[in-house]
Design a protein around this ligand. Structure first.
Ligand SMILES: [Mn+2]
Length: 500
């Protein structure tokens, strides 16, 4: 969906969820600003039982001149188009107004049927709805950076929805964080008006009611209803306790459970742990030390109808720690003796010579779903993307030794399209568009073992990060380089390898 397509309406009402947070207000405000000069009449509203009270939100509205107003639930049908932001029309967290047409713009898990809508843009893995609105504005070439109020609002929306950027992981969120201009003084003011005395008390009570597991050194805390940000602050505090190596702080909100995770040991990557906790019933992620997530109420109740949050998190954490073995390759922990021999099937990929995109000597970075790759462009460097979106930067020799260019055009479809960024000028080049197809020349010989238990493999190459394998996955070791280890999911293993 494009914003341009919505300019056909004469009247547009933008509605945030009830009890709007910074992200909802920011997203609504940015859309309001876009439509203000393009359609006859635009308004920004919210409804529900409570009016905006939180200090930072009142300051945000006042300092950035955000024309949001309260609309009582009993006010009648809306003319023209209703856009719901940071929530979905008909869901439990938004008062329902009748409207002639409805469009949804949101970053939560889809929870409504979309066939009755007149348009929607729901991207569930984004850290904030502000990021999604920013993307929509960029697609229309709207000069976000010429409007510092909108920039500041979007930046603050992302900041709050990702616990002060600590639980920020999706590449597009990071793109916006770097690109958007904001007012530093207002940011400073909003950031430091976040907690009320009441929340200070909630944090205090939460901290003395921890559950601690001595065997695995983890702690769990449930807080009273509070702003999600407080969870991050409490877990940041908790992880500093000497005996606590991993912790989860969570609370119950209208549509599920919000949680924050911290880890200070290399055996637990907080981001992977957050994914584990939310698997199948929510979403989670972040960084190695700090992460967060959400469990959706409906899915939770379907899977665990009679389980309270405390038992769920307690069971899940214990299960997690009991479920994996550690293989430390540098300490000789890898036993290849009983592994089977396989050969890799040939794989097509896309490649481009870096110096055809940017001049030699350019310091650049490629943002990918697995993190950033930084390098200096010279005329011997090739960029390679395989079908699953994994990006590699290799030398010309490595390329010719291992790959064979193919005729035709490169057809790679990816969830997030990696771009090459010039660090100095902040300009981008699309990669996939400039790629040629190629295929690997010779099959790689590997040693393989299917896993019956979870493993975390530490290799000198990966440093403190581990390679995670789940039961059923295959542990794959390159026969020519025993430190080159990967884990391949059961569903794709036989597509990639054949037995010797
Ligand atoms: Mn949001």
């Amino acid at each position: 969906m494009r914003l341009k397509d919505l300019e056909i309406y004469d009247t547009i009402t933008i509605q945030t969820h009830d009890n709007p947070d910074a992200d909802a207000i920011a997203s609504g405000f940015a859309l309001y600003t876009y439509f203000r000069d393009r359609v006859g009449e635009v308004s920004l509203v919210y409804s529900g039982r409570n009016k905006i009270q939180k200090t930072d939100l009142r300051l945000m509205v006042e300092k950035l001149g955000i024309p949001i107003r309260y609309r009582a639930p009993e006010e009648g049908k809306l003319k023209g188009l209703l856009i719901t932001v940071d929530c979905q029309y008909g869901a439990g967290n938004i008062s329902c107004f009748k409207a002639e047409s409805v469009v949804v713009i949101d970053h939560h898990q889809q929870e409504i049927a979309t066939d009755g809508l007149d348009g929607y843009e729901i991207v569930s893995n984004l850290g904030s709805c502000a990021t999604l609105v920013w993307k929509l504005l960029m697609e229309e070439h709207f000069p976000v950076n010429e409007n510092i109020q909108v920039g500041t609002a979007l930046y603050y929306g992302l900041y709050r929805d990702t616990s002060q950027f600590t639980e920020l992981y999706y590449p597009l969120d990071r793109d916006m964080r770097e690109a958007v201009s904001f007012d530093k003084n207002i940011m400073y003011l909003l950031k430091n008006s976040n907690l009320s005395l009441k929340e200070l008390e909630i944090a205090g009570i939460a901290l003395i009611r921890y559950i601690y597991n001595r065997d695995f050194h983890y702690a769990i805390i449930r807080t009273h209803a509070c702003d999600p940000n407080l969870l991050g602050l409490i877990s940041d505090f908790l992880i500093q306790v000497d005996e606590i190596h991993t912790c989860v702080v969570y609370n119950h909100v209208d549509d599920g459970y919000k949680f924050s995770v911290r880890s200070c040991i290399r055996e637990v990557n907080a981001s992977e742990f957050a994914q584990y906790l939310s698997q199948g019933i929510g979403s989670g992620g972040g960084h190695a030390e700090r992460a967060g997530g959400f469990l959706y109420k409906r899915r939770y109740e379907r899977h665990y109808p009679a389980l309270n949050g405390e038992t769920y998190f307690g069971n899940k954490m214990k299960q997690y720690f009991e479920s994996f073995d550690i293989i430390d390759v540098s300490a000789g922990g890898l036993d290849t003796e009983r592994m089977q021999r396989y050969e890799g099937r040939q794989e097509t990929a896309g490649y481009v010579k870096a110096s055809t995109l940017m001049p030699s000597g350019t310091q650049c970075v490629i943002r990918t779903l697995d993190g950033d790759i930084q390098f200096l462009i010279d005329d011997k460097r090739y960029i390679l993307i395989d079908g699953s979106g994994r990006v590699k930067v290799i030398s010309e020799e490595q390329f010719h030794e291992n790959y064979e260019p193919l005729p035709g055009v490169c057809d790679i479809r990816l969830e997030y399209t990696p771009r090459l960024k010039d660090k100095a000028t902040n300009t981008f080049k699309d990669l996939v568009q400039h790629m040629q197809p190629c295929t690997s020349k010779r099959a790689v010989r590997v040693l393989v073992r299917q896993l019956s238990r979870g493993v975390k493999v530490f290799t000198p190459k990966a440093g403190d990060a581990y390679i995670l394998g789940n039961p059923g996955d295959y542990l794959v070791v390159n026969s020519e380089d025993l430190q080159d280890i990967s884990v391949v999911e059961q569903s794709v293993f036989h597509k990639l390898y054949c037995e010797l």
